[in-house]
Design a protein around this ligand. Structure first.
Ligand SMILES: Cc1cc2nc3c(=O)[nH]c(=O)nc-3n(C[C@H](O)[C@H](O)[C@H](O)COP(=O)(O)O)c2cc1C
Length: 423
């Protein structure tokens, strides 16, 4: 049998087809208007990306509850207000003949103080990051049921808005991932303790979403292979949860890792990691192998893919069914075409230069302020390129980390104020 290549289709369990094996993973756009609705900027951004040739595009976080955002500028879809501009966005995001899925999400305690100073979490365990996040309140049983219904409703609205699938965000320390993580979930009821209990929310949400959208519509999830924190969600637990989610009729599982405290999702070296993983370009591939053996479900692996050979090998050896990329899409919107046509050996990679004080401390400054500037500045660099693409302008690869930190901080503050003014 021939081995899988980029250009091969993938038929999902629900019957839908991805036209090829390259996917743009979710990236929060921050482009919604003060009423949390999609805008012309989304339309332009997703048109540009769709024309780039990926088989699958996944939107940035679309929030299920406007009281709790991941950041101001998120799209919120909790009723049919804003559906008309969202329909325009999904239409332009499919011009290339790709699948276009919505990532649906609840931030839990990772909701910035400027958005809400009383966030929710499984237990009252605060995320301590430069005072950006307030101490959360433990979510009640009734609120958990409300969250489940909200995910289902948002998924159905996404289908009505023209998305061709949905992805439930169960990774990166957002609410569902907080439930999975014993360091944050200290509950002693049916939602905490054993893995079965900690995974209850993920499973209930996925099943409710499936019931809402029907059997033929792709339902995916993004899951951490591990949190990479001592005592956090582990690989063994991930393997079991992947098995359960496969039973719950999931179509595609995207493997990532880490959270705001442990930025392994961005390749910041995990402290709790196997030695061999450090040497790999795509740091979650080895974890995907363990998941693949246990769970019969198509796998998308995201995080660190930069060279064509490594991506091609991952497909050929079936370590991954779909190659997920995020940051390179910000500076190279047509990278899928370039890869499929073998016009490039490597995709863009700016992350190594986005470090303040690199010459002194490498990537890991002993000063938390410098680390925060580096983390926010590095992600701010990509936020800025997204804005440039959304305005149909050229990208700005010369942007330095401190300027992108400042620029993002000011823009974020202004978006929060505009949102508060709009009520
Ligand atoms: C600007 C930016 C925004 C992101 N937003 C999201 C998001 O909304 N949801 C999500 O699951 N991951 C998000 N991520 C993480 C990416 O989807 C991806 O997991 C990570 O960047 C690793 O892939 P890469 O090495 O190809 O960039 C974001 C990453 C970046 C750089």
């Amino acid at each position: 049998m021939n081995s899988v290549t980029f250009a091969d289709q993938l038929v999902l369990p629900c019957g839908a087809r991805l036209p090829n094996r390259i996917a743009k993973s979710a990236m929060t756009e921050g482009l919604a208007d003060p009423n949390d609705h999609a805008t012309g900027l989304h339309r332009q951004l997703y048109k540009t990306w769709s024309q780039g040739g990926a088989g699958l595009h996944i939107s940035g976080n679309i929030m299920v509850d406007r009281r709790y955002l991941e950041r101001a500028g998120n799209i919120v879809l909790e009723d049919d207000s804003g559906l008309s501009t969202l329909k325009e966005m999904t239409a332009s995001g499919k011009v290339g003949g790709n699948e276009f899925w919505a990532q649906i999400s609840h931030p839990g305690r990772q909701c910035p103080r400027l958005v809400n100073s009383e966030p929710l979490a499984p237990s009252a365990v605060q995320l301590k990051m430069m005072g950006n996040f307030s101490r959360p309140r433990a979510i009640t049983d009734a609120e958990i049921e409300d969250v489940i219904q909200r995910f289902a409703k948002t998924a159905l609205l996404c289908k009505q808005a023209g998305f061709t699938g949905v992805q439930v965000h169960c990774a990166h320390g957002y609410l569902i991932s907080q439930f999975l993580n014993p360091l944050i979930n200290q509950r002693e009821d049916q939602w905490g303790g054993s893995l079965e209990n900690r995974a209850r929310l993920a499973r209930r949400v996925v099943r409710a979403v499936r019931d809402a959208v029907g059997p033929d519509f792709p339902v995916a999830a993004k899951l951490n292979s591990a949190d990479f924190q001592k005592g956090g969600f582990s690989l063994d637990e991930c393997v079991q949860v992947a098995q359960w989610l496969a039973e719950d009729s999931l179509d595609l599982l995207e493997i990532s890792g880490g959270n705001y405290e442990q930025l392994s999702l961005m390749g910041v070296e995990p402290t709790e990691v196997r030695d061999s993983t450090r040497k790999r370009e795509a740091y979650f591939l080895e974890y995907a192998e363990a998941i693949r053996t246990a769970a019969n479900i198509p796998l998308m692996v995201t995080g660190g893919f930069r060279s064509r050979t490594v991506m091609e090998q991952a497909l050929a050896t079936k370590e991954a069914d779909v190659i997920g990329l995020a940051r390179p899409f910000c500076t190279q919107a047509n990278l899928p075409k370039l890869l499929i046509e073998k016009q490039i050996e490597n995709v863009d990679c700016y992350e190594n230069s986005l470090v303040l004080g690199k010459g002194f401390w490498g990537n890991n400054s002993p000063m938390s302020l410098i680390r925060a500037i580096n983390n926010v500045g590095a992600v701010g660099f990509y936020y800025w390129q997204i804005i440039q693409l959304a305005q149909a302008k050229g990208i700005d690869p010369a942007l330095k980390v401190f300027r992108s930190f400042l620029g993002h901080t000011v823009r974020d503050f202004k978006s929060n104020m505009a949102r508060k003014k709009a009520g």
